[in-house]
Ligand binder design. Structure first.
Ligand code: 3PG
Length: 395
């Protein structure tokens, strides 16, 4: 794909689609600005080139109309601090008022448009809306990896009206790391998959299952695999309609030589209430009525040994209910093991990224993806519409 360095930005109006869908607390303070920081290289390039920089993004899921809870105003403020220069905040993303503001911009100026999803046409990939957005700029840069799996006006439709388009640095980096790991991994290649549900990871398991040397399964979804082996799992999370799938995955791993690891012990709790009694048991001894909520120390040891010789590790999904301290140990211990491995380490998905931050290991991971759903779809081997819409390098 064409990248930002392939296009002339000097003096041009450049619209950059970012994914500023950041978490906010009740008083609308940003609790994690990674997604904002990650776009700074692209913005700085455009500013240095003397472009008029117009940023746009969605935030949350407002229902196609203005809602102050989903305003990008806090993002404009944070961006201003991170860039160390003024960020003009436009009250809307299309229309006469915005056009007026853009007309007054000088080379090097930076503007952030208000939430694209305040217009229902954005998610409908509406032609008129795409055109209105496109009319603001001469060049389109997509740096919104987190939204690349959405075929919306600002990620797809707009490219019809601005032929001068390219990927920004973040989008490029995400694709290089994630696609590189999946398509061309240095082996041994180990995938660690966790999270609550098997059903959300079917595509990833199927696609990665064909490419990895080892797969490690933890988190809530491990219990479906354990049950498929005939074990008693108490009150642990289970998807009964996924039992056959889970069985099939294990059979396939055995027959294809992929090494398959499940937890051998787990932390169980008598109830899901905070402060409930907990104990560590082998997976063969989960008491009826108890809840398995984290992997145990023997599993941590087993999994950590399994990643020892890895040259590429891809991790998606926590090992347990790590938002509760009592069930965070397995996930945090795996964060340390992954961080200490002599491997290219790639982490995808918001929850796993959070676990890495909490373990204080962000600096020791080769690449932490800013995408949730987008990263999953890429790992499933799907084409991302936002990426597909960009012109090829030779074009
Ligand atoms: C994300 O956070 O995964 C992206 O910003 C996409 O958001 P969406 O799921 O609301 O489209």
């Amino acid at each position: 794909k064409r990248i930002i360095e392939d296009v002339q930005l000097r003096g041009k109006r450049v619209i950059i689609r970012a994914d500023y869908n950041v978490p906010l607390d009740d008083s609308l303070q940003i609790t994690d600005d990674t997604r904002i920081r990650s776009t700074l290289p692209t913005i700085n390039r455009a500013v240095d080139e003397g472009a008029k920089v117009i940023l746009c993004s969605h935030l949350g899921r407002p229902k196609g109309k203005f809602d102050p809870k989903f305003s990008l105003a806090p993002v404009a403020k944070r961006l201003q601090r991170l860039l160390g220069k003024e960020v003009i905040f436009a009250p809307d993303c299309i229309g006469a008022a915005v056009e007026g503001l853009v007309a007054k911009m000088q080379p090097g100026d930076v503007m952030l448009l208000e939430n694209l999803r305040f217009h229902p046409e954005e998610e409908k990939n509406d032609d008129g809306f795409s055109k209105a957005l496109a009319s603001l700029a001469d060049v389109y840069i997509n740096d919104a990896f987190g939204a690349a799996h959405r075929a919306h006006a600002s990620t797809v439709g707009i490219t019809k009206y601005i032929p001068e388009a390219a990927a920004g640095y973040l989008l490029k980096k995400e694709i290089e790391y994630l696609e590189g790991a999946v398509e061309n991994p240095v082996r041994p290649f180990v995938a660690i998959l966790g999270g609550a549900k098997v059903s959300g990871k079917i595509g990833v398991i199927e696609n990665l299952g064909k490419k990895v040397d080892k797969v490690i399964i933890g988190g809530g979804m491990a219990f479906t695999f354990l049950k498929a082996m005939g074990l008693e799992i108490g009150q642990s999370l289970v998807e009964n309609d996924m039992l056959d799938f889970a069985k099939g995955v294990q059979d396939h791993a055995f027959s294809s030589g992929v090494k398959f690891y499940l937890p051998v012990d787990c932390v169980v709790a008598a109830s899901r209430e905070p402060g409930a009694e907990t104990k560590i048991v082998p997976v063969q001894e989960i008491p009826k009525g108890w809840y398995g909520l984290d992997i145990g120390p023997a599993s941590v040891k087993l999994f950590s040994e399994a990643v020892q010789d890895a040259k590429t590790i891809l991790w998606n999904g926590p090992m347990g209910m790590f938002e509760v301290d009592a069930f965070a140990r397995g996930t945090l211990a795996m964060a340390h093991s992954v961080a200490n491995a002599y491997a290219l380490t790639i982490v995808g998905g918001g929850e796993t990224a959070l676990a890495i931050h909490r373990a204080g290991e962000s600096e020791s991971i080769s690449f932490i993806s800013t995408g949730g759903g987008a990263a999953l779809e890429l790992l499933e081997g799907k084409t991302l519409p936002g990426l597909a819409a960009l012109p090829n390098r030779s074009a």
